[in-house]
Design a protein around this ligand. Structure first.
Ligand code: F6P
Length: 405
């Protein structure tokens, strides 16, 4: 018999709880697994021996279905960077103590590329101290910037939200006779996947977004204003999608930095709005999609949620097969019909690395997305789950604050 532990880390998504359900549901099938511990606030819970018994919290299939439709991380999250062991191994010893004390034989870490750094460092440490705890990374991030995997759980739902919302913004922005510009700021840090996904509207015959700016292309304000003027000559209401991560002068974005050295990006939309107002002088509005793009589970992608659960379950099977230091990944087999398989990669190949939009996904001018990208994006946003509604509002599964304290 052994116990297992699961934790969630990094920025929230609509699918990260579905991966938790995947781990939990699979564990229930294994007679050799006794307790399933949830680590509160990612790896911090393991460091501080702050674990909750998932079997006493998730009591039924209904609970699991509700958890799957609940956005964010039910166990809380963290942006915690493990120090290098050479500099300080006290944290590593605390982690090992918790795992030994709780008789944990496998640990599943659901997170992005920074969290895979933790998986990588801990698997090396466990090997060195001969601690037989399997550690497996379950990917997630709306940024879709993990290497090797075709895509990341959480991305499809965020992309669907972006596309649906942009579609609605197009309608709203087109009502007046006067010319206008609307700028939507989309998350994604250094990679433009999520911003680029707004181009799926082109597959519906929309000409908007007329301009799409991603961090993979050099940005110049002068060229942006020229592009806007050109589009204004063709369209009464110009719609722009811009990534929060494009390069702009210092001071435009928030200067706040997290433990991994990532800047909290926000402010590009406003900056472009003000630039259009002062340089072009037309009606202009900016919209920051902000956290709504990663927590709007009422608009999530069924494909994304189903895949997120499947990859969590696959992680458990992988650990039971004796693997460790691995990250579960998707490989796309074909688009017609859309088929993926789940495989594994070494955590070291994914940790701290970023995957950027392929050059052929961006147009020559660097201000829009080519139709070549649509076949990649469209299957990921497909399908809507049946959502349980209470008093007109999608129901969520939550854990009492006092339990998580
Ligand atoms: O996890 C990815 C992400 O959602 C990025 O797209 C965004 O830049 C960042 O997280 C924001 O992080 P936080 O919510 O920690 O400020």
């Amino acid at each position: 018999m052994m116990n297992i532990a699961v934790a969630q880390s990094g920025g929230p998504t609509c699918a990260i709880n579905a991966s938790l359900v995947g781990v939990f549901r699979e564990a229930l099938k294994v007679p050799d697994i006794d307790a399933v511990f949830g680590s509160v606030n990612g790896i911090e819970g393991i460091i501080n021996n702050h674990l909750v018994d998932m079997k006493s919290l998730i009591k039924s299939t209904e609970d699991m279905e509700l958890l799957k439709q609940t956005p964010s991380t039910v166990l809380g999250s963290c942006r915690y960077k493990l120090p290098d062991r050479q500099d300080d191994d006290s944290v590593y010893r605390k982690i090992a103590n918790t795992l030994i004390q709780r008789q944990i034989g496998a640990f599943f870490y659901i997170g992005g590329n920074d969290s895979m750094d933790t998986v990588n460092k801990l698997s090396e440490y466990f090997r060195e101290i001969s601690l037989d705890v399997k550690i497996i990374g379950i990917p997630k991030t709306i940024d879709n910037d993990l290497c090797i995997t075709d895509h990341t759980p959480g991305f499809g739902s965020a992309a669907k939200y972006v596309a649906v919302t942009m579609h609605e913004i197009i309608r709203d922005s087109s009502v007046y006779s006067m010319p206008s510009v609307t700028v939507a700021e989309i998350m994604g840090r250094h990679a433009g996947w999520l911003t680029a996904s707004s181009a799926v509207l082109h597959a519906l015959g929309e000409s908007a977004p007329h301009l799409i700016y991603v961090p993979e292309c050099k940005f110049s304000l002068e060229k942006f204003l020229k592009d806007v003027r050109q589009e204004m000559a063709k369209h009464k209401a110009v719609i722009v999608a811009v990534s929060e991560g494009i390069e702009v002068p210092d001071g435009v974005q928030s200067g706040v930095v997290d433990n991994f050295g990532h800047k909290y990006l926000s402010g590009i939309g406003k900056y472009l709005e003000e630039s259009v107002r002062s340089e072009i002088g037309c009606k202009v509005r900016s919209i920051e999609l902000n956290v709504m793009q990663r927590c709007s589970s009422h608009l999530c992608s069924r494909t994304d949620i189903d895949e997120a659960e499947a990859i969590g379950s696959a992680g458990v099977r992988c650990a039971l097969n004796g693997d460790t230091g691995k990250v579960m990944v998707f490989r796309r087999v074909k688009n017609q019909p859309y088929t993926i398989v789940i495989e594994t990669a070494d955590a070291g190949e994914i940790a701290n690395k970023e995957k950027f939009l392929p050059t052929e996904f961006v147009n020559k001018e660097g201000n829009n997305i080519s139709d070549k990208a649509l076949d990649y994006f469209l299957p990921l946003i497909h399908g809507e789950p049946d959502i349980v509604i209470d008093k007109g509002i999608p129901k969520h599964f939550t854990i009492q604050e006092s339990v998580l304290k």
